[in-house]
Design a protein around this ligand. Structure first.
Ligand code: PLP
Length: 356
Protein backbone atom coordinates (compact mmCIF):
# COMPACT_ATOMS: atom_id res chain seq x y z
CA UNK A 1 0.00 0.00 0.00
CA UNK A 2 1.43 3.40 -0.92
CA UNK A 3 0.68 5.77 1.90
CA UNK A 4 2.67 8.82 2.93
CA UNK A 5 1.67 10.34 6.28
CA UNK A 6 3.56 13.51 5.33
CA UNK A 7 0.96 14.15 2.65
CA UNK A 8 -1.71 14.30 5.39
CA UNK A 9 0.27 16.63 7.62
CA UNK A 10 -1.14 20.10 8.31
CA UNK A 11 0.41 22.47 5.81
CA UNK A 12 2.07 24.83 8.30
CA UNK A 13 3.94 21.88 9.87
CA UNK A 14 5.58 20.72 6.67
CA UNK A 15 8.46 23.15 7.01
CA UNK A 16 8.16 23.95 10.72
CA UNK A 17 11.52 23.83 12.44
CA UNK A 18 11.23 21.99 15.76
CA UNK A 19 12.97 23.06 18.95
CA UNK A 20 16.48 21.73 19.13
CA UNK A 21 17.24 20.95 22.75
CA UNK A 22 20.68 20.84 24.37
CA UNK A 23 20.27 17.06 24.55
CA UNK A 24 19.55 16.92 20.81
CA UNK A 25 22.72 18.75 19.89
CA UNK A 26 25.11 16.72 22.05
CA UNK A 27 24.02 13.18 22.81
CA UNK A 28 27.16 11.84 24.51
CA UNK A 29 27.06 10.83 28.16
CA UNK A 30 30.60 11.81 29.18
CA UNK A 31 31.76 15.35 29.73
CA UNK A 32 31.30 18.56 31.62
CA UNK A 33 27.73 19.60 30.94
CA UNK A 34 27.41 23.36 30.83
CA UNK A 35 24.91 23.45 27.99
CA UNK A 36 21.42 23.30 29.52
CA UNK A 37 21.46 25.80 32.40
CA UNK A 38 20.96 22.96 34.87
CA UNK A 39 21.90 23.15 38.54
CA UNK A 40 25.25 21.32 38.95
CA UNK A 41 24.82 20.56 42.68
CA UNK A 42 21.83 18.24 42.67
CA UNK A 43 18.17 18.56 43.62
CA UNK A 44 16.78 20.52 46.55
CA UNK A 45 15.22 18.50 49.33
CA UNK A 46 15.28 15.03 47.73
CA UNK A 47 17.90 12.27 47.91
CA UNK A 48 17.84 11.29 44.25
CA UNK A 49 19.41 13.74 41.82
CA UNK A 50 17.00 15.00 39.17
CA UNK A 51 19.00 18.06 38.21
CA UNK A 52 19.67 16.85 34.66
CA UNK A 53 17.13 16.95 31.85
CA UNK A 54 15.92 13.49 30.81
CA UNK A 55 16.63 11.77 27.48
CA UNK A 56 14.20 13.51 25.06
CA UNK A 57 13.77 10.31 23.01
CA UNK A 58 13.82 7.84 25.93
CA UNK A 59 16.16 5.45 24.13
CA UNK A 60 16.71 3.02 27.01
CA UNK A 61 13.00 2.77 27.75
CA UNK A 62 12.29 2.21 24.06
CA UNK A 63 14.92 -0.53 23.84
CA UNK A 64 13.22 -2.35 26.72
CA UNK A 65 9.79 -1.94 25.11
CA UNK A 66 11.16 -2.99 21.71
CA UNK A 67 12.33 -6.30 23.21
CA UNK A 68 9.08 -7.04 25.01
CA UNK A 69 6.87 -6.08 22.06
CA UNK A 70 9.21 -7.40 19.36
CA UNK A 71 9.17 -4.13 17.47
CA UNK A 72 11.84 -1.65 16.26
CA UNK A 73 12.60 1.36 18.48
CA UNK A 74 11.98 3.60 15.43
CA UNK A 75 8.35 2.49 15.50
CA UNK A 76 7.83 3.56 19.12
CA UNK A 77 6.65 6.94 20.37
CA UNK A 78 6.28 7.51 24.11
CA UNK A 79 3.88 10.02 25.62
CA UNK A 80 2.81 11.42 28.96
CA UNK A 81 0.01 8.85 29.07
CA UNK A 82 -1.88 7.78 25.92
CA UNK A 83 -3.60 11.14 26.10
CA UNK A 84 -0.48 12.81 24.72
CA UNK A 85 -0.20 10.84 21.46
CA UNK A 86 -3.99 11.18 20.98
CA UNK A 87 -3.63 14.96 21.21
CA UNK A 88 -0.44 15.10 19.12
CA UNK A 89 -1.98 13.03 16.32
CA UNK A 90 -4.93 15.40 16.11
CA UNK A 91 -2.66 18.43 16.25
CA UNK A 92 -0.36 17.05 13.56
CA UNK A 93 -2.96 15.96 11.04
CA UNK A 94 -6.22 17.83 11.62
CA UNK A 95 -6.69 21.41 10.46
CA UNK A 96 -8.84 23.17 13.13
CA UNK A 97 -12.27 24.21 11.92
CA UNK A 98 -11.89 22.08 8.80
CA UNK A 99 -10.71 18.50 9.27
CA UNK A 100 -12.48 15.88 11.36
CA UNK A 101 -11.96 12.66 13.24
CA UNK A 102 -14.32 9.67 13.30
CA UNK A 103 -15.26 7.97 16.56
CA UNK A 104 -17.46 4.93 17.09
CA UNK A 105 -19.48 5.51 20.28
CA UNK A 106 -19.86 4.23 22.89
CA UNK A 107 -16.10 4.52 23.27
CA UNK A 108 -13.30 6.22 25.20
CA UNK A 109 -14.14 9.88 25.75
CA UNK A 110 -10.67 11.35 25.21
CA UNK A 111 -10.80 11.18 21.41
CA UNK A 112 -13.75 13.56 21.33
CA UNK A 113 -12.37 15.80 24.11
CA UNK A 114 -8.99 16.08 22.42
CA UNK A 115 -10.64 16.85 19.07
CA UNK A 116 -12.80 19.49 20.78
CA UNK A 117 -9.82 21.15 22.47
CA UNK A 118 -8.22 21.41 19.05
CA UNK A 119 -11.41 22.72 17.38
CA UNK A 120 -11.58 19.59 15.25
CA UNK A 121 -14.99 18.15 14.37
CA UNK A 122 -16.11 14.66 15.36
CA UNK A 123 -18.12 12.41 13.06
CA UNK A 124 -19.81 9.67 15.09
CA UNK A 125 -20.60 6.29 13.59
CA UNK A 126 -22.14 4.34 16.47
CA UNK A 127 -21.31 0.73 17.21
CA UNK A 128 -24.27 -1.60 16.75
CA UNK A 129 -26.22 -3.08 19.66
CA UNK A 130 -23.62 -5.84 19.98
CA UNK A 131 -20.94 -3.18 20.37
CA UNK A 132 -19.42 -4.11 17.02
CA UNK A 133 -18.44 -1.84 14.11
CA UNK A 134 -20.74 -0.50 11.44
CA UNK A 135 -18.06 -1.03 8.81
CA UNK A 136 -20.14 0.31 5.91
CA UNK A 137 -21.15 3.32 7.98
CA UNK A 138 -17.53 4.16 8.74
CA UNK A 139 -16.52 3.82 5.09
CA UNK A 140 -19.36 6.03 3.90
CA UNK A 141 -18.50 8.64 6.56
CA UNK A 142 -14.87 8.66 5.40
CA UNK A 143 -13.58 11.44 3.19
CA UNK A 144 -10.40 13.36 2.57
CA UNK A 145 -11.17 15.61 5.58
CA UNK A 146 -11.75 12.75 8.08
CA UNK A 147 -8.08 12.43 8.88
CA UNK A 148 -8.19 10.01 11.81
CA UNK A 149 -10.43 7.08 12.69
CA UNK A 150 -10.30 6.25 16.41
CA UNK A 151 -11.05 2.62 17.30
CA UNK A 152 -10.64 0.95 20.65
CA UNK A 153 -10.27 -2.81 21.19
CA UNK A 154 -11.03 -4.08 23.79
CA UNK A 155 -13.41 -1.15 23.84
CA UNK A 156 -14.03 1.10 26.82
CA UNK A 157 -16.68 1.23 28.34
CA UNK A 158 -18.16 -1.90 26.76
CA UNK A 159 -15.21 -4.24 27.48
CA UNK A 160 -15.38 -6.31 24.29
CA UNK A 161 -12.82 -6.92 21.57
CA UNK A 162 -13.83 -5.50 18.20
CA UNK A 163 -14.05 -8.20 15.50
CA UNK A 164 -10.66 -8.56 13.87
CA UNK A 165 -12.00 -9.02 10.34
CA UNK A 166 -13.76 -5.66 10.64
CA UNK A 167 -10.60 -3.95 11.85
CA UNK A 168 -8.65 -5.44 8.95
CA UNK A 169 -11.33 -4.30 6.51
CA UNK A 170 -11.14 -0.74 7.81
CA UNK A 171 -7.33 -0.77 7.79
CA UNK A 172 -7.50 -1.71 4.12
CA UNK A 173 -10.32 0.63 3.14
CA UNK A 174 -10.06 3.74 5.33
CA UNK A 175 -8.19 6.35 3.31
CA UNK A 176 -6.42 8.12 6.19
CA UNK A 177 -5.00 7.25 9.62
CA UNK A 178 -6.48 4.49 11.78
CA UNK A 179 -5.80 4.48 15.52
CA UNK A 180 -6.45 1.23 17.38
CA UNK A 181 -6.36 1.89 21.11
CA UNK A 182 -5.26 -1.31 22.87
CA UNK A 183 -5.14 -0.02 26.45
CA UNK A 184 -6.66 -3.33 27.65
CA UNK A 185 -5.02 -5.77 25.23
CA UNK A 186 -3.01 -7.51 28.00
CA UNK A 187 -6.28 -8.75 29.51
CA UNK A 188 -7.68 -10.00 26.20
CA UNK A 189 -7.41 -13.43 24.56
CA UNK A 190 -5.83 -11.79 21.51
CA UNK A 191 -2.40 -10.52 20.51
CA UNK A 192 -3.74 -7.28 19.04
CA UNK A 193 -2.35 -5.49 16.00
CA UNK A 194 1.34 -5.03 16.80
CA UNK A 195 2.22 -8.17 14.79
CA UNK A 196 0.50 -6.54 11.76
CA UNK A 197 1.93 -3.04 12.17
CA UNK A 198 4.44 -3.37 9.32
CA UNK A 199 1.64 -4.24 6.87
CA UNK A 200 -0.34 -1.05 7.48
CA UNK A 201 1.47 2.28 7.06
CA UNK A 202 -1.73 4.09 8.12
CA UNK A 203 -2.01 2.24 11.46
CA UNK A 204 -1.19 3.62 14.89
CA UNK A 205 -1.54 1.21 17.83
CA UNK A 206 -1.89 2.81 21.26
CA UNK A 207 -0.98 0.93 24.41
CA UNK A 208 -0.34 2.12 27.95
CA UNK A 209 1.37 1.13 31.18
CA UNK A 210 -1.65 2.47 33.11
CA UNK A 211 -3.69 -0.73 33.26
CA UNK A 212 -2.05 -4.20 33.17
CA UNK A 213 1.34 -2.88 34.28
CA UNK A 214 -0.17 -1.02 37.24
CA UNK A 215 1.61 2.26 36.50
CA UNK A 216 -1.26 4.72 35.99
CA UNK A 217 0.38 7.21 38.35
CA UNK A 218 3.64 7.18 36.42
CA UNK A 219 2.04 8.30 33.10
CA UNK A 220 3.46 6.38 30.20
CA UNK A 221 1.56 5.83 26.97
CA UNK A 222 2.96 4.11 23.89
CA UNK A 223 2.15 4.75 20.25
CA UNK A 224 3.41 2.19 17.74
CA UNK A 225 3.47 3.27 14.10
CA UNK A 226 5.63 3.59 11.01
CA UNK A 227 8.96 5.40 11.55
CA UNK A 228 7.54 8.24 9.39
CA UNK A 229 4.60 8.78 11.75
CA UNK A 230 6.86 8.51 14.81
CA UNK A 231 9.16 11.15 13.29
CA UNK A 232 6.19 13.50 12.84
CA UNK A 233 5.10 13.05 16.48
CA UNK A 234 8.67 13.61 17.68
CA UNK A 235 8.85 16.86 15.73
CA UNK A 236 5.87 18.42 17.50
CA UNK A 237 6.11 16.95 21.01
CA UNK A 238 7.39 18.97 23.97
CA UNK A 239 11.14 18.23 24.09
CA UNK A 240 11.27 16.50 27.48
CA UNK A 241 7.78 14.98 27.62
CA UNK A 242 8.72 11.92 29.71
CA UNK A 243 10.11 12.87 33.12
CA UNK A 244 13.30 11.30 34.46
CA UNK A 245 11.54 9.53 37.41
CA UNK A 246 9.03 8.07 34.95
CA UNK A 247 11.79 6.79 32.67
CA UNK A 248 13.61 5.25 35.64
CA UNK A 249 10.55 3.56 37.14
CA UNK A 250 9.44 2.29 33.75
CA UNK A 251 12.85 0.74 33.01
CA UNK A 252 12.70 -1.03 36.35
CA UNK A 253 9.12 -2.23 35.79
CA UNK A 254 9.78 -3.48 32.26
CA UNK A 255 12.48 -5.72 33.70
CA UNK A 256 9.77 -7.75 35.38
CA UNK A 257 7.31 -8.91 32.75
CA UNK A 258 6.44 -11.89 34.95
CA UNK A 259 5.16 -9.61 37.72
CA UNK A 260 2.81 -8.00 35.19
CA UNK A 261 1.66 -11.37 33.88
CA UNK A 262 1.00 -12.64 37.40
CA UNK A 263 -1.17 -9.61 38.17
CA UNK A 264 -3.06 -10.01 34.89
CA UNK A 265 -3.71 -13.68 35.70
CA UNK A 266 -4.93 -12.75 39.19
CA UNK A 267 -7.20 -10.02 37.82
CA UNK A 268 -8.69 -12.40 35.24
CA UNK A 269 -9.32 -14.99 37.94
CA UNK A 270 -11.02 -12.33 40.06
CA UNK A 271 -13.05 -11.25 37.05
CA UNK A 272 -14.47 -14.73 36.55
CA UNK A 273 -15.28 -15.04 40.21
CA UNK A 274 -16.88 -11.58 40.36
CA UNK A 275 -18.96 -12.31 37.27
CA UNK A 276 -20.35 -15.47 38.85
CA UNK A 277 -21.16 -13.68 42.08
CA UNK A 278 -22.78 -10.70 40.37
CA UNK A 279 -24.88 -12.97 38.20
CA UNK A 280 -26.44 -14.44 41.31
CA UNK A 281 -27.65 -11.04 42.57
CA UNK A 282 -31.31 -10.32 41.83
CA UNK A 283 -30.63 -6.66 40.92
CA UNK A 284 -28.17 -7.61 38.19
CA UNK A 285 -30.05 -7.78 34.90
CA UNK A 286 -27.17 -8.38 32.54
CA UNK A 287 -23.40 -8.62 32.50
CA UNK A 288 -21.83 -7.88 29.13
CA UNK A 289 -19.01 -10.25 28.16
CA UNK A 290 -15.68 -8.54 28.81
CA UNK A 291 -12.20 -8.97 27.36
CA UNK A 292 -10.81 -6.32 29.73
CA UNK A 293 -10.36 -5.74 33.47
CA UNK A 294 -13.81 -4.24 33.93
CA UNK A 295 -17.36 -5.10 33.05
CA UNK A 296 -20.51 -3.37 32.06
CA UNK A 297 -23.37 -4.42 34.33
CA UNK A 298 -27.01 -3.53 33.70
CA UNK A 299 -29.19 -2.83 36.73
CA UNK A 300 -32.57 -1.17 37.33
CA UNK A 301 -32.23 2.48 38.44
CA UNK A 302 -28.48 2.77 37.82
CA UNK A 303 -28.19 6.32 39.18
CA UNK A 304 -29.78 5.40 42.48
CA UNK A 305 -27.66 2.28 42.81
CA UNK A 306 -24.52 4.21 41.88
CA UNK A 307 -25.29 6.71 44.67
CA UNK A 308 -26.18 3.94 47.12
CA UNK A 309 -22.82 2.27 46.42
CA UNK A 310 -21.01 5.57 47.03
CA UNK A 311 -22.80 5.84 50.39
CA UNK A 312 -21.29 2.40 51.12
CA UNK A 313 -17.89 3.78 50.04
CA UNK A 314 -17.78 1.67 46.89
CA UNK A 315 -17.16 3.74 43.78
CA UNK A 316 -18.05 2.47 40.32
CA UNK A 317 -18.66 4.38 37.09
CA UNK A 318 -22.18 5.35 36.04
CA UNK A 319 -22.32 4.87 32.26
CA UNK A 320 -26.12 4.83 32.01
CA UNK A 321 -26.23 8.05 29.97
CA UNK A 322 -23.88 6.65 27.34
CA UNK A 323 -25.25 5.46 23.99
CA UNK A 324 -26.37 1.76 24.04
CA UNK A 325 -25.41 1.57 27.74
CA UNK A 326 -28.77 2.36 29.32
CA UNK A 327 -28.92 1.07 32.87
CA UNK A 328 -25.22 0.26 32.94
CA UNK A 329 -22.58 0.67 35.58
CA UNK A 330 -18.96 0.05 34.62
CA UNK A 331 -17.24 -1.92 37.33
CA UNK A 332 -13.47 -2.37 37.51
CA UNK A 333 -12.27 -5.75 38.79
CA UNK A 334 -10.58 -5.21 42.14
CA UNK A 335 -8.79 -7.45 44.61
CA UNK A 336 -10.80 -10.24 46.20
CA UNK A 337 -11.42 -8.04 49.27
CA UNK A 338 -12.52 -5.10 47.12
CA UNK A 339 -14.82 -7.30 45.06
CA UNK A 340 -16.33 -8.70 48.24
CA UNK A 341 -16.96 -5.15 49.47
CA UNK A 342 -18.73 -4.38 46.20
CA UNK A 343 -20.85 -7.53 46.42
CA UNK A 344 -21.73 -6.83 50.04
CA UNK A 345 -22.89 -3.33 49.13
CA UNK A 346 -24.81 -4.58 46.09
CA UNK A 347 -26.53 -7.19 48.25
CA UNK A 348 -27.79 -4.40 50.54
CA UNK A 349 -29.62 -2.72 47.68
CA UNK A 350 -33.28 -3.21 48.43
CA UNK A 351 -34.79 -4.81 45.40
CA UNK A 352 -38.21 -3.33 46.00
CA UNK A 353 -36.94 0.24 46.43
CA UNK A 354 -35.04 0.14 43.15
CA UNK A 355 -37.29 -2.02 41.05
CA UNK A 356 -38.63 -0.41 37.88
C1 PLP B 1 -7.31 3.89 30.47
C2 PLP B 1 -7.31 4.10 29.01
C3 PLP B 1 -6.19 4.65 28.38
C4 PLP B 1 -4.98 5.01 29.17
O1 PLP B 1 -4.70 6.34 29.15
P1 PLP B 1 -3.33 6.80 29.81
O2 PLP B 1 -3.34 8.27 29.45
O3 PLP B 1 -2.24 6.04 29.13
O4 PLP B 1 -3.41 6.54 31.26
C5 PLP B 1 -6.20 4.78 27.01
N1 PLP B 1 -7.25 4.38 26.28
C6 PLP B 1 -8.33 3.83 26.85
C7 PLP B 1 -9.44 3.35 26.01
C8 PLP B 1 -8.40 3.70 28.23
O5 PLP B 1 -9.49 3.16 28.79
Amino acid sequence: MSFDPNSLLRKHLVNLKSYSSARDEYTGKEGVFLDANENPYGSAGVKEAYNRYPDPYQQEVKQAIAKIKNIDTESIFLGNGSDEPIDLLIRAFCEPGKDKVITVPPTYGMYEVSAGVNDVGVVKVPLNENFQLDVKGVISAAGSDTKILFLCSPNNPTGNLIRKEDLFTLLHQFPNLVVIDEAYIDFAPDAGFLPHLHRFPNLIVLQTLSKAWGLAGVRLGMAFASPEIVTILNRIKPPYNIAAPTQGIVREALGNVLAKEKMVADILEQKNWLEDQLEALPIVQHIYPSDANFMLVRVPKPKEIYQFLIDQKVIVRDRSNVMHCHGCLRITVGTRAENEALLKAMALVKEDSFAN
